[in-house]
Design a protein. Structure first.
Length: 394
């Protein structure tokens, strides 16, 4: 397959298209947290049940990852992206008409399936089309994902306030889907295409290094999903307004965007990513510690530290996976496996935090638990010596 250099016009159009698509991969989840108190005022939801709004779409993303690459190989890249966006758009739009917790949760699961189809495809596409700048392009892709979360978390409470309806605050993000669909369709002739293929997706279930990478990605993403689900409700419980808590979550995700852009560029100077990963994990630990010990003092510092750490960890976890293999198809299969297992692990964290909140009356023990998880991940990072990659995965 012909590689598209980052300087060509078609590559620029493709990267812009990828960024617009990526903007749609988190609003369906990120808009829920800031509006949760309003939703719970209208629909009977315990904190444990409300956690399913984040948990189940993440679990659906994990399960769908295992057939996502097969779908893209059968349909081709263009049709897969269009199908995924249509699923996300439908799941988002129907929230205008929801009347029960079951319907709201079902819409979240449907969105998760659409998200997974895209996320299974994109790392392999980037590895094959941008092999000269994989880390930078993965950074832009992941940054766009987090940008969508930042926009949704910040704007959803404003939309709810202006319209008087939390349903509109959740459903308005279908507009972003429409923009991405129109761009993808209009610019289709300028984008290089890969035809459907019958080649089988490689399996990594029997490889111990693949499982280590999957657990590492899952534990790191657990901090992201838990913060996405519960940071805003945590601050609402501490006396903040929904709009203030939503803006705080938006600020955190804006820091994720910044880190998602800068961290891969910094890490690109060396193939050994371990030092960067350790710094990111320490930033996250400091952020969780601040949330527990001093949530009101230096209130912007803790989300800043969390955002910088989480925002860099997400793309770096995928970049380390791509570093293990040179072949784009096998690298894509590895990242699909890692995300599949990883999202199943990460999906449990909002539920566990919700149960902790229901049982103990506070989210503080959830933050302490995640600090312990980050410490464990620092030990795992020591295993990622690039000199030994070829020995672990062939």
């Amino acid at each position: 397959m012909e590689n598209v250099r980052a300087t060509s016009r078609s590559a620029l159009w493709l990267m812009l298209g990828i960024a617009l698509v990526a903007l749609n991969l988190r609003p369906s989840m990120a808009a829920v947290g800031p509006l949760l108190s309003a939703i719970r005022g209208d629909i009977a939801l315990s904190f444990s049940l409300a956690s399913l709004l984040t948990m189940l779409p993440v679990m659906a993303m994990g399960l769908a990852m295992f057939f996502g690459l097969s779908v893209s190989q059968r349909l081709g890249e263009q049709r897969t992206v269009v199908l995924s966006l249509l699923i996300i758009g439908l799941a988002t739009l129907v929230r205008l008409f929801l009347d029960s917790a079951a319907e709201l949760i079902l819409s979240a699961v449907l969105a998760g399936v659409g998200i997974a189809l895209i996320q299974a495809l994109m790392p392999a596409l980037i590895k094959s089309r941008f092999s000269y700048n994989v880390a930078l392009c993965m950074g832009l892709y992941v940054t766009s994902i987090m940008g969508g979360a930042a926009i949704a978390a910040s704007v959803a409470p404003v939309v709810m306030t202006r319209t008087g309806s939390w349903r509109v605050g959740l459903a308005v993000w279908a507009v972003l889907v429409l923009v991405a669909l129109l761009f993808w369709r209009v610019q289709r002739p300028a984008m290089p295409t890969r035809e459907p293929s019958d080649s089988r997706t490689p399996s990594f279930f029997g490889n111990s290094r693949a499982w280590l990478l999957a657990v590492f990605f899952g534990l790191g993403t657990a901090s992201y999903t838990c913060v996405l689900a519960w940071l805003a409700p945590y601050y609402v419980e501490n006396g903040w307004s929904e709009q203030g808590a939503g803006l705080l979550l938006g600020f955190l995700t804006a820091m994720e965007v910044l880190s998602g852009l800068l961290t891969p560029a910094i890490a690109n100077r060396s193939r050994d990513r371990r030092r960067v990963l350790v710094v990111l994990l320490m930033l996250i630990m400091a952020g969780f510690c601040g949330l527990v010990l001093s949530p009101h003092h230096l209130a912007l510092l803790w989300p800043c530290l969390l955002g910088l750490g989480i925002g860099g960890l997400f793309p770096m976890s995928l970049i380390v996976c791509l570093d293990h293999l040179d072949n784009p198809r096998r690298a894509g299969g590895l990242t699909a496996f890692v995300q599949g297992i990883g999202y199943l692990i990460a999906g449990l964290s909002p539920l566990m935090a919700g149960i902790i909140r229901d049982q103990l009356g506070s989210f503080e023990w959830a933050w302490w638990s995640l600090m312990g998880v980050m410490a464990l991940m620092i030990l795992m990072v020591l295993r990622f010596d690039p000199r030994h990659y070829a020995r672990h995965i062939h």
